[in-house]
Design a protein around this ligand. Structure first.
Ligand code: TYD
Ligand code: MG
Length: 467
């Protein structure tokens, strides 16, 4: 009998090594290498019966094209993230930490589509049918004609779904629990996850069903990560939230049929996830505009403007090395803003602890938040309260000049809609255009610092006279 050889495969990144290692040399992950048999991988059978290739016609870029038809779920926030609905034959990977609400979101979407007359199947590899039913009952969706099953064998699932009319939507919850006979590795390993995903993707392409694969993302990466299938699927959507709060943000990371960086905002309630159609109002709710150190940032998430409060706390340090902590923004970006404020704004922050927080659990990735962060920092340092009806946006250069950012018009419009009256923003190229609200153009950071500091000084003088 032939000797069985084995490879050692990293469960995080899929790198193969010839011996067991404690640390993967490719991704530097610890304890993620698992032994798998050679010849058990994808395509192992095909390789044995090698055949001559078939000749196919090559085509040009021009030709008849149709925009893909869409299955609209009717959940506006979900449709926004998918780019206008599910595309038949496409595969979406929905990632998120356990307990964030992936199953809840999907059963709700399934129920809506099923009620509209689409054939919808929900295959759970994690929960028993009774558990899924119980949740649906709690959500008031028990009457929706969703087809349920608790199965983990990909071959069985595909065979079952091929009976009757093809489904419009198939949910696989989760990809980590699926296994295929084409691969001999243990269920849960990367090779199995990849093999199962490949079989399901093939099913989607041939049947025209939209397939959603749920993938658990764990912080320590112990379970075979769904990352290894990211390149195979048409869209990757992540579901995020922050521990204590009830907001959930659905974020499109990759989308072959729509824009990325699009977000959908939900709130977890007793009746499942409800859509938040006006996230700015949500992120600004409970705002205390009478305290220094808070600036409202007019940001963009994908194609949608979102207003959010940036809070800063600057306090003299009691330690040798001052603390710098930031939540919801890039720490490197904060260091840069601090450096520019010191170099070009004349501020001394070396002996201060600095904390920066983006309220509401939103993660801001835009450099356009520089100006809002700077305003919040200066406000906290000087004690000057920023005007409550003003928004801030603009990117800061290392020279201290403030650079224009994209979609200024959309940002201003959103701010006007929410009752703001003024904006501090970079000078725009298109002077004289009617604007949604009064814009105070700020070309250099020193102007902003001077203005806020003057307001602070006035406040102190007034306090001095009063007391
Ligand atoms: P779930 O969808 O099971 O998460 P995932 O599939 O991502 O692991 O959601 C689980 C959490 O959601 C659970 O902690 C309870 C909460 N939840 C509510 O708050 N309200 C609800 O109506 C439902 C169904 C769940
Ligand atoms: Mg689940």
């Amino acid at each position: 009998m032939a000797k069985v050889r084995s490879n050692f495969v990293c469960q995080n990144c899929g790198a193969i090594s010839q011996r067991w290692l404690g640390k993967c040399e490719a991704c530097n992950g610890w304890n993620c290498i698992v032994e798998e048999q050679v010849g058990s991988g994808i395509g192992a059978q095909a390789a044995r019966g090698a055949r001559k290739g078939r000749v196919f016609p090559l085509e040009g870029l021009t030709g008849e094209t149709k925009s893909p038809p869409r299955i609209v779920s009717g959940m506006g926030e979900l449709d926004r993230v998918t780019g206008g609905g599910f595309v038949p034959g496409s595969v979406i990977l929905l990632g998120g930490e356990p307990g964030i609400g992936k199953s809840t979101l999907l059963i709700q979407a399934c129920a809506i589509l099923a009620r509209k007359g689409h054939r919808v199947a929900y295959i759970s590899g994690e929960e028993a049918v009774a558990q899924v039913r119980l949740r649906a009952e709690r959500l008031g969706l028990a009457d929706a004609p969703v087809e349920l099953a608790a199965e983990t064998s990909v071959e069985d699932i595909v065979a079952t779904l091929q009976q009757g009319r093809p489904p419009a939507l198939v949910i696989i919850d989760s990809i980590q629990t699926m296994w295929t006979e084409a691969v001999e590795s243990t269920p849960g390993t990367v090779t199995q996850v990849r093999g199962a995903a490949q079989a399901l993707i093939r099913y989607a392409k041939t049947s025209g069903a939209a397939v959603i694969l749920v993938g658990h993302v764990t912080k320590d990466g112990q379970i075979a990560g769904p990352r290894v299938v990211e390149h195979m699927v048409d869209a990757v959507v992540s579901f995020e939230g922050d521990g204590g709060r009830h907001f959930r943000i659905l974020r499109s990371v990759k989308n072959r049929f729509g824009a990325t960086d699009e977000i959908g905002v939900f709130e977890m309630t007793g009746q499942g996830l409800s859509e938040v159609t006006n996230p700015s109002a949500l992120f600004l709710s409970g705002r205390d505009a009478s305290a220094p150190g808070a600036a409202v940032f007019a940001g963009m998430e994908g194609t949608r403007p979102v207003l959010v409060e940036v809070q800063a706390l600057v306090a003299p340090t009691a330690l040798g090395t001052p603390r710098r902590a930031v939540v919801g923004w890039d720490p490197a970006r904060l260091s840069m803003v601090i450096a520019v404020l010191e170099a070009h704004g004349g501020l001394k922050l070396g002996q201060h602890d600095i904390y920066l927080n983006v309220a509401g659990g939103l993660r801001v990735g835009e450099p356009a938040a520089d100006l809002a962060a700077a305003a919040a920092l200066v406000s906290s340092l000087t004690g000057a309260i920023l005007p409550a009806d003003t928004v801030y946006f603009g990117e800061m250069a290392l020279s201290g000049s403030v650079r224009p950012v994209v979609h200024a018009g959309l940002r201003l419009k959103e701010a006007a809609k929410l009752g703001f009256r003024a904006a501090v923003a970079p000078p725009t190229q298109k002077e004289g255009e009617p604007q949604a609200l009064a814009t105070q153009s700020c070309g250099h950071i020193s102007a902003l610092v001077a203005e806020i500091a003057a307001a602070g000084a006035q406040l102190r003088r007034a306090a001095g006279r009063g007391g």
